[in-house]
Ligand binder design. Structure first.
Ligand SMILES: [Fe+2]
Ligand SMILES: [Fe+2]
Length: 128
């Protein structure tokens, strides 16, 4: 399972798009590492990195939207909070071993793609 960058992900904002590309790379790095490595510490740190990156990206994306006077940022912020809560729940299941890496990855791919493709696009298309 690999997440490929699609032009459909593009919002037209260069900074947001470059952050989304990093997201895709990180999700794939997690997939590769969980399948090939026995280094539990490193795997745990990758989950932490994704969590921190999501937190950073969501704040950064909201600030970019505010700076462009795009409407609807507070609703978008609420969605970001829900996404973080969902991520925390799913990553706990992975780390407790109640869910497999494949289940976690398929969640991550839907989690990232669904939000980026439907909700980020909608937010930024005001500026296209
Ligand atoms: Fe985003
Ligand atoms: Fe977003």
């Amino acid at each position: 399972m690999e997440l490929e960058w699609k032009s459909d992900f593009e919002t037209g904002n260069e900074v947001v798009d470059s952050q989304h590309r990093y997201f895709v790379d990180l999700i794939n790095r997690i997939g590769d590492t969980f399948r090939s490595s026995t280094d539990e510490d490193y795997k745990h740190k990758l989950i932490i990195e994704l969590k921190k990156y999501a937190d950073f990206h969501f704040t950064s994306e909201e600030n970019i939207a505010i700076s462009l006077s795009i409407p609807g940022v507070s609703t978008h912020h609420d969605r970001h909070m829900e996404l973080i809560a969902e991520f925390n729940h799913r990553s706990e299941e992975l780390e407790k071993g109640t869910k497999s890496i494949d289940e976690f990855l398929s969640f991550l791919i839907d989690w990232f793609s669904g939000h980026t493709f439907f909700e980020d696009q909608k937010l930024f298309k005001h500026r296209l």
